[in-house]
Design a protein around this ligand. Structure first.
Ligand code: GLV
Ligand code: GLV
Length: 326
């Protein structure tokens, strides 16, 4: 029996920062939201989408065939993230469900965090902080925690989309040479404004003193960094990852760091997030952040607005603002 529904239902899997999801109830939608600041269990997620016309979900929510099959009314999945490897986009498309993400609004925040990690890893900030907090610092020392300079060194960027370009722009300010690898070469105007040189992946590995990852996770990029690629990198190189953990084979990264085949790493994302691969925690040359790339008040607020606008557009029968690329 068909039920008469006055308003479209939106299901939101987690409380969101200001301006908040009230934007959607103000637009006349019936919003149901996980009131607790924790990821929903699989059962809760499946139950939550059953009557939903729209879903606002987090990167920690797995949106697969099973879930889409249990959501017969669903028209739009608005991911509160730019990366959308948590969503089976093909399965959504088969069912006529639009998938959206939040590009653009978190570009600068994520580039800032990549630099925070790069600088922290280059200058032993993590080890230094731990030393001070542990009460083990006995005073300034001429040989204490010597790090690597940035000026004149080569910054390699894997994935030259908006975030990769924002990282490159900052690198110019630090006086670095910029090389990049991307599936497609970017426009010559962009290359020349960034002073960035397009190179093969192997050349990038060989030349980079600092290497920052900004590629999406998919079947081509999973474990792009592994034992073989670490062999090609300089033993003095610093690897920074603010993209997705599984771009790196984390067990092999731990081995490379332990064996001195890489100098340091700055990580914001993890292969088995939020689980941290064994060995990583005891390495002093690794800076570990808890997936904070987009975590600025401005970016997170703009992400809320963009998710809500995408939901409103699709439920009004209009094109989404930022559908994920086909
Ligand atoms: C965060 O990781 C995002 O993809 O937005
Ligand atoms: C260090 O603090 C210096 O003054 O050289």
């Amino acid at each position: 029996m068909a039920r008469c529904r006055m308003a479209s239902h939106v299901f939101v899997t987690r409380p969101l920062p200001a301006p908040g999801i009230g934007l959607l109830s103000d637009s006349g939608f019936e919003v149901r939201s996980n009131p607790e600041d924790r990821p929903l269990s699989r059962e809760e997620l499946l139950a939550g989408v059953r009557e939903a016309d729209a879903l606002v979900c987090m990167l920690s929510d797995r949106i697969d065939r099973e879930l889409l099959d249990s959501a017969p009314m669903l028209k739009v999945v608005a991911n509160y993230a730019v990366g959308y490897d948590n969503i089976d986009v093909g399965a959504a498309r088969e069912r006529g469900i639009v998938v959206t993400n939040t590009p653009g609004v978190l570009t600068e925040a994520t580039a800032d965090l990549a630099w925070a990690l790069l600088l922290a890893a280059a200058r032993n900030l993590g080890a230094g902080e731990r030393m001070v907090r542990a009460g083990e610092w006995t005073g300034w020392g001429p040989m204490q925690l010597l790090g690597e300079p940035l000026q004149g060194r080569t910054l390699g960027i894997v994935g030259m989309g908006a975030i990769g370009q924002a990282v490159a722009r900052r690198g110019k300010g630090f006086g670095m040479e910029i090389v990049y690898f991307n599936r497609n070469r970017v426009a010559p105007e962009i290359e020349s404004s960034l002073g960035a040189e397009f190179v093969s992946f192997e050349e990038l590995l060989r030349r980079s003193d600092f290497l920052s990852l900004h590629a999406p996770l998919n079947e081509h990029s999973r474990h792009l960094f592994n034992q073989q690629t670490f062999q090609l990198m300089k033993p003095t190189a610093v690897l920074v990852n603010t993209a997705r953990g599984a771009l790196i084979d984390e067990v092999e990264l731990v081995e490379a760091l332990q064996q001195g085949r890489l100098a340091a790493a700055g990580l914001d994302v993890y292969e088995f997030e939020p689980k941290i691969t064994e060995g990583l925690l005891s390495l002093d040359n690794v800076v570990l952040a808890p997936h904070l790339g987009s975590a600025s008040t401005l970016a997170r607020g703009d992400m809320v607005r963009l998710c809500c606008e995408n939901v409103s557009a699709v439920l009004a029968g209009k094109p989404a603002l930022t559908p994920v690329p086909v």
